[in-house]
Design a binder for this molecule. Structure first.
Ligand code: FAD
Length: 430
């Protein structure tokens, strides 16, 4: 019977433990927190959007980084495997109970059934390895060339033999699965330990940036509008040179320091910190052509000509936003609609189409849904999740350089890579 140690009791780690135990391995799951699945608990605002019900080609489109690498994992454990669920808007899948704790409980139950040894309050410090003896070369030219070619590809020079805990205890195993997550929401236990452990073994780790995160803006009116959600708006994000980075349609939310909501989170998934220093231009009336919109504004101003602009603008937008748009357009809110000049009216109509914010920062890891970046996937076999550098070491979940948009995709990546790593670790050849 193979012995497998899983580092990290999050989504990927629990699934890896289950996958390995189902294949008959003796599994130990090590988690530094006082309980398993601390991050799962807060997913989907406590409801856990555990996957997305779209088909696999569409799923792949939502994977932002290294979608090709995930093909085997996603085919091996799909969004159709799992517990009683319901599907909501955008194919988002939730447990029928609407409780993320039920997802954790189901995973814990399966771990118990499979006799996975769960050790809480157990922090892993490093992964132990031993060198693999190099095969002697035969000497003839053909094999020398073959050997050179082989060396130019990545070849494992070590094998994992177990882990060392923070208190110095050494635990031996045939295989180790590293599933320590990324850097986002560090209070849940994701503090980047896995990157350090992988680096110590020679793995490359790409630049790490917060993703699916809010943006801060220079405009002070964001604070005034904090809490206001705009639906069905078109948003164009440009970099500091004016180059369009992303165009999104959907919901945007004002926060005390800037903007958030689905369109913003998606933009950060694709454009990351290239957004900082650039602009975000909001079109509040994307369904109308300029001509239609200008005519509508003219109509409303004529209809309300004896009323003050602060009242008339309320026809087009929530009061607080309307007031800001009047300020942006340089129109006195106390002015009657009938005394608004053509230039002022055109400026106001334009402000609705091009409300521009200057992005001066993005939220940190403490509020990012995922980490963009991670362990280089070129150093990991996508069919097994085994490290190409260290035999018997498997990697799963957010610790890898993979990430996706919101909608249940990131958890599915954790489930799928975890399951694949677990199954393969249990069967790995000596
Ligand atoms: P993690 O869940 O971070 O698990 C890693 C585990 O490893 C942790 O328990 C940690 O304590 C443990 N660990 C770390 N270092 C060590 C060590 N040295 N020794 C022992 N243990 C260690 N995705 C979705 O698909 N749907 C959602 O609805 C959703 N909502 C989210 C909401 C929020 C607020 C956040 C922050 C994320 C959300 N995500 C969602 C993203 C998703 O939760 C993650 O992508 C996913 O949990 C990653 O799983 P993981 O197992 O790789 O890492």
């Amino acid at each position: 019977m193979k012995s497998v140690i899983v580092i990290g009791g999050g989504a990927a780690g629990m699934m890896a433990a289950i996958g390995a135990a189902r294949e008959g391995a003796s599994v130990t799951l090590l988690e530094k927190n006082e309980k398993l699945g601390k991050k799962i608990y807060i997913t989907g605002k406590g409801r856990c959007n555990l996957t997305n019900a779209c088909d696999l080609p569409e799923f792949a489109e939502h994977v932002v980084t290294n979608r090709q690498f995930l093909q085997s994992a996603l085919h091996g454990f799909t969004n159709a495997d799992g517990m009683p669920v319901k599907t909501e808007r955008g194919n988002r899948v939730f447990p029928v109970s609407d409780k993320s704790s039920d997802v954790i409980r189901a995973l814990e139950r399966e771990c118990r059934r499979l006799r996975v040894a769960v050790r809480l309050h157990t922090e892993v410090k490093s992964i132990r390895t031993e060198a693999i003896a190099e095969k002697p070369e035969s000497g003839d030219e053909a094999s020398a060339a073959a050997s050179k070619k082989k060396k130019s590809k990545i070849t494992a020079t070590a094998r994992s033999t177990g882990v060392v805990l923070s208190d110095g205890t050494v635990l031996a195993s045939d295989a180790v699965i590293l599933a320590t997550g990324g850097l986002s929401y560090p209070t849940t236990g994701s503090t980047g330990d896995g990157y350090r452990m992988a680096k110590a073994l020679g793995h490359g780790v790409t630049r790490l940036v917060p993703s699916l995160v809010s943006l801060t803006a220079r405009e002070s009116f964001c604070a005034t509008l904090a809490g206001l959600s705009l639906r069905n708006v078109s948003v164009r994000f440009c970099n500091k040179d004016g180059k369009v980075l992303r165009e999104e349609f959907g919901e945007l939310l004002f926060t005390h320091k800037g903007i958030s909501g689905p369109v913003v989170l998606t933009a950060t998934a694709f454009a990351a910190d290239a957004l900082v220093g650039g602009t975000c231009e909001i079109d509040l009336k994307p369904a109308l052509s300029d001509e239609q919109w200008n005519a509508r504004v003219l109509r409303e101003l004529e209809a309300g000509k004896s009323r003050q602009m602060k009242t008339v603008v309320g026809v087009f937008a929530p009061a607080a936003l309307g007031a800001e748009l009047l300020t942006v357009s340089g129109i006195d809110p106390a002015k009657t609609a009938g005394s608004v000049t053509r230039e002022e009216r055109m400026r106001l109509a334009g402000a609705f189409r091009h409300l521009t914010l200057h992005i001066d920062g993005m939220g940190g890891f403490n509020e990012a849904v995922v980490t963009k970046g991670g362990i280089e996937v070129s150093e990991v076999n996508p069919s097994t999740m085994e490290s190409r550098l260290v035999k018997g070491l498997y990697l799963a979940g957010e610790v890898l350089n993979v990430d996706a948009t919101t909608g249940g995709f990131n958890l599915q990546i954790a489930w799928s890579t975890g399951m694949l790593a677990g199954r393969k670790a249990a069967k790995q050849e000596a």
